[in-house]
Design a protein. Structure first.
Length: 304
């Protein structure tokens, strides 16, 4: 069983004094662009430099005001910043961590927005948080949309959302690195997020249930509908709101979810197996009082 979460804290005022003057956003997709826009909306006055694998994505972020300038590569972006935010899929994050650490020192902070945290947190201990190395703060905002891209960047994306941190116990940092960590956490709160600190393994177990399972359910449902009734001309009208809500996540890109599936396989498989068993139980009890019990459990969950 999953244990209750710690209480959440939410304030939205900009830090009175910030150690951060220069931010680099490596990956100006939906999340990266939204971070830039949210920082500006929260009152960040420093410079924001961005980089994206797709030049078009970087240009869109620049034109939207999410970044002030475009770097030629991720390393040069990180060198210019106090804080570097890695906003790319999990495997790309791991690759960039290994590259960036060789070019910046103890007066920098690197953080990320990856959807799984155990491998990233371990890599943070390997590449960062050592004497002479930059600080690393593994993070994960529980916010997003079913589609990505800089054009969907939203300054309010993180407002009211949980932003999870899975710092490694006993992380070694310089004084400057520690100050940057505290300052970045303040900016996360200023962007409207609720900060939660979790153990990395606990994080991956929890998000398997509350984030990854809903995605794979929507993917499976959308896939089976496409096979069984996808060519029915009246499908969308008949399905209505229920169909739209249940299949919205079916539009999510494989390119992002591949890395999530590969780096949180066991937890996701366990959640899917539990759901398969519950679906089988419902199928076997469509004409018994057990079906009413399932609806009552579901109703209680929604009320709570």
């Amino acid at each position: 069983m999953l244990t209750p979460l710690a209480p959440l804290v939410l304030t939205s005022s900009a830090p009175k004094e910030s150690m951060i003057e220069r931010v680099a956003i490596v990956g100006t997709g939906l999340l990266g662009t939204s971070v830039g826009l949210a920082l500006r909306a929260a009152g960040f006055k420093g410079s924001i430099i961005g980089w994206n694998r797709s030049a078009e994505g970087a240009q869109i972020a620049f034109k939207s005001g999410a970044i002030d300038s475009i770097a030629s590569d991720p390393i040069s972006a990180a060198r210019e910043a106090d804080v570097t935010i890695l906003s790319v899929p999990v495997y790309a994050t791991l690759d960039l961590m290994a590259q960036v650490t060789m070019h910046i020192g103890g007066d920098h902070l690197v953080t990320d927005v990856g959807s799984t945290k155990l491998q990233i947190t371990k890599a943070g201990t390997q590449y960062f948080n050592q004497v002479g190395c930059a600080a690393f703060l593994p993070g994960h905002p529980m916010a997003g949309k079913e589609r990505g891209g800089a054009e969907l960047g939203d300054a309010n994306l993180f407002r009211g959302a949980a932003w999870l941190f899975t710092d490694a116990p006993g992380a070694v940092r310089t004084q400057r690195g520690g100050e940057l960590v505290l300052s970045w956490r303040e900016w996360v709160v200023a962007m409207g997020s609720k900060v939660i600190d979790l153990d990395a393994a606990r994080h991956d177990e929890l998000v398997a249930w509350v984030s990854h399972l809903p995605q794979f359910v929507a993917t499976a449902l959308s896939s089976v509908l496409a096979e069984r009734v996808g060519d029915a001309p009246e499908l969308k009208d008949v399905g209505g709101r229920a169909l739209r809500e249940m299949t919205r996540l079916g539009a999510s890109p494989f390119s992002m979810w591949r890395d999530i599936a590969h780096t949180n396989t066991d937890a996701i498989a366990a959640a899917l197996e539990a759901l398969e068993q519950r679906l089988a139980h419902i199928r076997e009890n469509l004409r018994t009082p057990e079906l009413r019990d399932e609806f009552e459990k579901a109703n209680r969950f929604r009320r709570e």
